[in-house]
Write a protein that binds this ligand. Structure first.
Ligand code: FAD
Length: 489
C-alpha cells in the first residue's frame, strides 16, 4: 500500500487559512461547498467559468479587513465579487482553484441618507436598485442607472467605474463618489469617506480604487452624491435617415434642452427589428421604419413634465422642419416612456438570441463617432464575410456597443474563441486608429488584458504596473485582471 504524500508547506498554509477563515466568518460567511459556490463561478455572459478555494461572505468592513489580513499572511489570492453582473469576466476566478472568492453582498446596509447635504453612505454590497428606491423614498435621486441595476452593487459599480444611460448629464460612477472606504492588500482599512468639497492634502487617493476592478483594494463602503428628485420627465423616440443626422440632432438638443437633457441613445433599424422579433409584445414607436432611431430623455427637478414635453416638442418640430428628423413621438405617459426604454434595454438579449456575437464597448471622441461607425462597420463586414456589424447606445457619450454578429451557422462557444477573437482584435485596431478606448464602460477584466497590453501606451501600462506593485506587491488582489498575473514590474 502506498503512503499518502506528505502535505507540502503550501498545502499546510492553505489548510490553516481555511480553518482560520471559517473561524473568523462562521458557517454563514464561509463555505467550500461546490453547490453553494457554483452559481458564482460563471460570469453573467457565460463566457468564463472558474474554480475557487472557498467562498467568503464577510458581513462588515472589519471582517473584510481581518479576512484580507489572513489572506496576506497565507499568500491567498482574492477575487472580489459584487452582483456578478460585470461584462468582462473581472469577478470570475481562474481555473486553478487557488483563489478565494470574496463576496461583498452581505455588506448591504445603507448607513445613512442625508437629504440636507444630498449624500448617501452605503456599504459595498448595496444593490443599485435598492439605493434608487431608498433615495426616492427621501425625495432624492441617485443619478446613475443601467440595465443590470437589479444585481449590480455599489462596490462593483465603483470598481468598474460604471456608466449607464445618464452619463451625458451626470457623469460616470467616478462623478458620484464623494468618499470611500477600502481594505488594502495588507488588510489595513483606509478611510477616505469624508466628503469634503475642497481638499488639497496631496493625492486624491479614492480615485485609485475607482475603476481599478478590485486590483488595488476592496471597496467596503462609499459616500455617494444624491440629487433632488426630478419633478418632470419627457421621453421621445425619433426616426432619422442616418447616424450623421443623429449627431447633428444631439448637438441641437444639447443647445435647446440644456441641463435637462439626460440621455441620447441611438438604435439602428437592425437592433429595433431584433427586439421586436424577440419581444412579441413590443411595439415599434413610429409607423414607418427608419435607418436610425434616437431615444431622447429629459428630466428636471425644476420643470414639470408638461414643460419638458413642450420644450422637446418645439425643438423636435424645428428639427423636422429642417428635414433632420423624419418622424418623432413624445411619450404620452410614464408607461409609454418605459416601453421606449424597454426597446433600448432589450437589444442585448435580442441580439444574443440571434446567435454568437463579439461585443465591444468602445468609445471615440463624440464628434468622430458617426464617421467611425460608417467606416468601421463596412470594413469589418468586408474583412469577415457573413458577419454583421451593429452599433447602438450612448452616442451622447461617444460610447457605442459595437457588436459583430457571427455568420449564419457559426457555433456558439466555438466561434467566439476562434474567429471572434480575430474580429475583436481588428475592431480594437480600428478603435485605436481613431484615438478611442477599447473599454468605455465594462472594464478590462480578464477579457481584454491581452488587447490592453497590445494597444495601450507602454508608458501608461508601466505606470499602472508600478501602482499595482506599490499597493499589492504580492499580486493577491484579483490577479490576472486588468493587468497580466505576476507581470514583471
Ligand atoms: P461584479 O460583476 O461582481 O464585479 C465587477 C468587477 O468589480 C470585478 O473586477 C470585481 O472583482 C470588482 N469588484 C466587485 N465588487 C468590488 C468591491 N467591493 N471592491 C473591489 N472590487 C470589486 N455597465 C455599465 O457601465 N453601463 C451599462 O450600461 C451597463 N449595462 C448593463 C446591463 C446589463 C443587463 C448587465 C447585466 C450589466 C450591465 N453593465 C453595465 C455591467 C455591470 O452591471 C457593471 O459593470 C457593474 O458595475 C458591475 O457591478 P457588480 O456588483 O455586478 O460587479
Amino acid at each position: 500500500m502506498t503512503e499518502p504524500p506528505l502535505p507540502s508547506s503550501r498545502d499546510e498554509a492553505v489548510a490553516r487559512f481555511l480553518l482560520n477563515a471559517r473561524n473568523l466568518l462562521g458557517d454563514k460567511g464561509f463555505t467550500t461547498d461546490p453547490d453553494k459556490m457554483d452559481s458564482w463561478l460563471t460570469d453573467w455572459r457565460g463566457r468564463y467559468t472558474g474554480r475557487a478555494l472557498a467562498l467568503a461572505s464577510p458581513a462588515s468592513s472589519a471582517q473584510v479587513a481581518a479576512l484580507v489580513t489572513l489572506c496576506a499572511a497565507h499568500g491567498i489570492a482574492i477575487v472580489p465579487q459584487g452582483g456578478n453582473s460585470g461584462m468582462a469576466g473581472g469577478a470570475t476566478p481562474d481555473a486553478s482553484g487557488t483563489a478565494l472568492l470574496l463576496s461583498l453582498r452581505r455588506l448591504d446596509q445603507i448607513r445613512s441618507i442625508d437629504a440636507a447635504s444630498g449624500q448617501a453612505v452605503c456599504e459595498a454590497g448595496v444593490v443599485l436598485q435598492t439605493l434608487h428606491e431608498a433615495a426616492e423614498a427621501a425625495r432624492l435621486r441617485f443619478p446613475l442607472t443601467l440595465g443590470g441595476k437589479g444585481s449590480a452593487t455599489i462596490g462593483g459599480l465603483i470598481a468598474t467605474n460604471a456608466g449607464g444611460t445618464q452619463v451625458l448629464r451626470h457623469g460616470t460612477m467616478r462623478a458620484q463618489v464623494l468618499g470611500l472606504e477600502a481594505v488594502l492588500a495588507s488588510g489595513e482599512l483606509v478611510d477616505l469617506m469624508t466628503p469634503l468639497k475642497k481638499d488639497n492634502r496631496g493625492f486624491d487617493l479614492k480615485q485609485l480604487f475607482i475603476g481599478s476592478e478590485g486590483t488595488l483594494g476592496i471597496v467596503t463602503a462609499a459616500c455617494l452624491r444624491l440629487l433632488p428628485a426630478p419633478i418632470g420627465r419627457a421621453t421621445a423616440w425619433v426616426g432619422l435617415n442616418g447616424i450623421i443626422e443623429a449627431r447633428t440632432l444631439l448637438r441641437q438638443m444639447e443647445r435647446a434642452l440644456g441641463e435637462s437633457l439626460e440621455g441620447f441613445e441611438v438604435v439602428p433599424a437592425h437592433c429595433l427589428e431584433s427586439v421586436l422579433a424577440h419581444q412579441p409584445s413590443a411595439r415599434a414607436p413610429l409607423a414607418d421604419r427608419h435607418a436610425w432611431n434616437a431615444l431622447i430623455e429629459c428630466a428636471s427637478a425644476t420643470t414639470d413634465s408638461s414643460g419638458l414635453n413642450a420644450m422637446l416638442e418645439t425643438s423636435l418640430g424645428a428639427a423636422m422642419e429642417q428635414g433632420l428628423v423624419i418622424d418623432a413621438v413624445i411619450a404620452a405617459n410614464e408607461t409609454q416612456a418605459d416601453a421606449f426604454w424597454a426597446l433600448r434595454d432589450g437589444i442585448s438579449a435580442a441580439e444574443r438570441a440571434l446567435g454568437p456575437a463579439m461585443q465591444h464597448d468602445i468609445s471615440v471622441p463624440v464628434d468622430k463617432m458617426p464617421e467611425f461607425i460608417l467606416a468601421a462597420s463596412p470594413a469589418i463586414e468586408a474583412e469577415f464575410p457573413g458577419t454583421r456589424a451593429v452599433a447602438f447606445g450612448h452616442l451622447g457619450d461617444g460610447n457605442v456597443h459595437f457588436h459583430v454578429l457571427a455568420p449564419a451557422h457559426a457555433v456558439r462557444g466555438e466561434w467566439e474563441n476562434t474567429h471572434g477573437k480575430v474580429v475583436s482584435a481588428r475592431v480594437y485596431d480600428l478603435v485605436a486608429q481613431w484615438g478611442g478606448s477599447i473599454s468605455a464602460e465594462h472594464g478590462i477584466g480578464q477579457m481584454k488584458v491581452a488587447e490592453l497590453m497590445r494597444l495601450h501606451d507602454p508608458v501608461s501600462l508601466a505606470l499602472m504596473a508600478r501602482v499595482k506593485a506599490a499597493l499589492d506587491p504580492a499580486d493577491l488582489l484579483n490577479p490576472g485582471k486588468l493587468l497580466p498575473a505576476g507581470a514583471k514590474r
